[in-house]
Design a protein around this ligand. Sequence first.
Ligand code: DGL
Length: 253
Amino acid sequence: MIGIFDSGSGGLTVLHAIREVLPSADVVYFGDIKNAPYGGKSHEELSKLTVHSLKLLRKRGATNLVSACNSVSASLALSIFDAFDIAPTQMIEMVGPTASYFRGSDARILLCATVATIASGIYQNAFDMLDLQIQTVAIPALAGAIEFGKSPDELRTIIAEAFAPVDFSGVDVLVLGCTHYPLALEIFKEVVPSTIDIFDPALAVAERVEKKFWPQESGMGTTTFLISKESAPFRAFVERLFPNMHYTLEVVE
Ligand code: DGL
């Protein structure tokens, strides 16, 4: 069984891409809405929350794991793998597959993400190792605004304000470095010049999931959602992204 976790609804965009390539995998998804948003939290707080998610998913039977949250990628240290006896091949996170997707490219990349992701330097380091330069923009309030169902106008204002100082003439690709952001893709398209390609890392992650977890993860295609707090926006996102899917949903501690 594949265990996927995020602070809330963002990881649903990753699950959506995974379902396209592995429709028969059994999935347990944890959205930690009680502690959302993650993007303003410290490294220490994020490490604790990551451990909590891993424990919960393992308890529910997940053997292969997908961290569908960029903000915790820096918390996925080797010590965590050791402590939980997880082989690195059993865990996929967002940054590695994204950087690897751009290997050899000469695209001028702008990464937008949460404050925690940008401050961790994890994307900058990964791209640096591949001799690629990226510019970064943090959008502090956006993931929380999406998670808690703010209106499209409010989301547009937050995105437009974050991009106001950006000179897009030196940019070819905008990477959505927070899994919540594709849930507002249409608004990004309105704000960003139409010459810019918008890249959703979920595609690169799903490709990696297929490569690493298939055919081991062929099951009945069941989906279990666990959320740490009741949330109408989460339920609405599930219905929007998976209109015909059968699933169960539980509120857990
Ligand atoms: N969706 C997560 C990410 O990719 C977390 C966003 C948040 O909760 O602030 O970073």
